[in-house]
Ligand binder design. Structure first.
Ligand code: PLP
Length: 427
């Protein structure tokens, strides 16, 4: 029953014209016409006319607790009034408290934290640490993975529509252990052999590391085939490399069943990278590793201006508290499973749905024009998304063909929200 305050700013058309003049032209990725949003409350967004939208995309899996969550907001405002910025060259309390809180959530001796401002920076740093620590240059990532948009991360991002994955040498792309289209079906250990072959034929036999998501988000919600990571982590460690878990989307309870995505495969990485949901929308990223590995940065030095900013780390602390107090991981598990079952029922009804997959609040629905051939249906996907938007529901899309819906709402999403989402999609 939240009502946004009346809006008296410029019209959506005026804002659009200014945006077209002054901003990045890449703006029609989700819809032919972008929405003009002025207000947000928990799982809802409001446009300039006061129209309400159920945000089932969480603004790219980032608003974990809900838009303008009162506790997160209050913590940010209090800290902003006290001390907004110091750089990590000085001591401040939020950076230390949040690092300690993060370390209490990670397994083993993963308890040294480097702060960044985004997932891209976190992954760039993780790849650098792996290269410096091992003295090797070769990195293995997965085809269809997404790790960011700077030099090493663009190269590690192996999506078919990505023109930049040749920016760096020494990055190898392994077979995606994708149970839907992959040649080995759901047999994770079989896909792992490709990593052995890359190590054997494409490197000196020693590598710097391996990076992957546990569920590929931007690539279209592909959960790695079971049994894949234990085999690969074994091979990588035998070749002297570090295992890097990109938890930018899968971390912080999003998958419901676990706090970290890698836990579903029963592995413990050497480096974890974080961003998105950890700040509930405030720019914040992190690299967590062991004291032994972190030591390599003592001699090389690493610092950035904003990483660990007191306001963003305060947001991170508040997010952790809200996830715990409001039992958001349990909610992601219960409501996520409920929603997935509803979507599986929808698949029985609509021939165009080729696959429904994912966990918790990281769900994917792949549209195909032919179920046997699994032919991607990008135009139909856009059409459904625009119709759902007109009915008040926002979802995301992904995959190299843009034919996969991504459902990644705030972790407070309810069963009623799930019902509404499914009803609009069914319509
Ligand atoms: N890693 C994963 C798994 C992501 O999904 C993303 C962004 O979508 C990134 C890294 C890059 O994060 P950012 O956009 O904050 O740089």
């Amino acid at each position: 029953d939240y009502k946004p305050p009346p809006y008296d700013g410029p019209s959506a058309a005026e804002i659009l014209a200014k945006r077209q003049r002054h901003l990045n032209p890449c703006m029609t990725y989700l819809y032919t016409n972008p929405l003009y949003l002025v207000d947000g409350k928990m799982q809802y967004l409001f446009d300039e006319s006061g129209r309400r939208y159920l945000d089932a995309f969480g603004c790219i899996a980032t608003v974990s607790c809900g838009h303008c969550h009162p506790q997160v907001l209050e913590a940010i405002l209090n800290q902003t009034k006290k001390l907004q910025h110091t750089t990590a060259l000085y001591l401040n309390r939020p950076i230390v408290d949040f690092a300690e809180a993060l370390a209490s959530k990670t397994p083993g001796d993963l308890n040294v934290v480097f702060f960044t401002n985004s997932g891209t920076e976190a992954n760039e740093l993780a790849l650098l640490i792996a290269r410096l620590y091992t003295g090797s240059h070769d990195i293995i990532s997965l085809r269809n993975g997404y790790h960011g948009n700077a030099s090493a991360t663009m190269a590690a991002t192996a999506q078919r529509n990505h023109k930049y994955n040749v920016l760096q040498t020494g990055i190898h792309h392994a077979l995606n252990p994708d149970p839907y289209r992959g040649i080995h079906g759901s047999d994770g250990p079989k896909y792992a052999k490709d990593v052995d072959e890359i190590i054997m034929y494409g490197t000196s036999g020693r590598i710097a590391g391996f990076i992957s998501e546990a569920i590929q988000g931007v690539g279209g919600v592909y959960e790695l085939a079971p049994g894949y990571l234990p085999e690969v982590y074994n091979s990588v460690r035998k070749a002297g490399g570090l295992c890097i878990a990109d938890e930018v989307q899968t971390g912080f309870a999003r998958t419901g069943s676990h706090f970290w995505g890698f836990e579903a495969q029963g592995v413990v990485p050497d480096i974890i990278t974080l961003a998105k949901g950890i700040g509930n929308g405030v720019p914040l990223g992190a690299v967590v590793t062991t004291p032994e590995i972190a030591k390599v940065m003592t001699s090389h030095g690493y610092l950035n201006t904003f990483g660990g900013n007191p306001v963003s780390t305060t947001a991170g602390l508040a997010v952790l508290k809200v996830i715990e107090n409001e039992k958001l991981q349990q909610n992601a598990s219960t409501v996520g499973t409920y929603l997935k079952n509803q979507l599986l029922d929808l698949k029985e009804k609509h021939e165009i749905i080729g696959d429904v997959r994912g966990r918790g609040f990281l769900l994917g629905i792949e549209l195909v024009t032919d179920r046997e051939l699994k032919t991607p249906a990008p135009l139909e996907t856009l059409h459904v998304m625009e119709q759902m938007r007109d009915m008040g529901v926002l979802i995301g899309k992904g995959g190299v063909h843009g034919n996969i819906f991504r459902i990644t709402p705030a972790l407070c999403f309810t069963k009623e929200d799930a019902d509404f989402l499914v009803a609009t999609m069914d319509y």
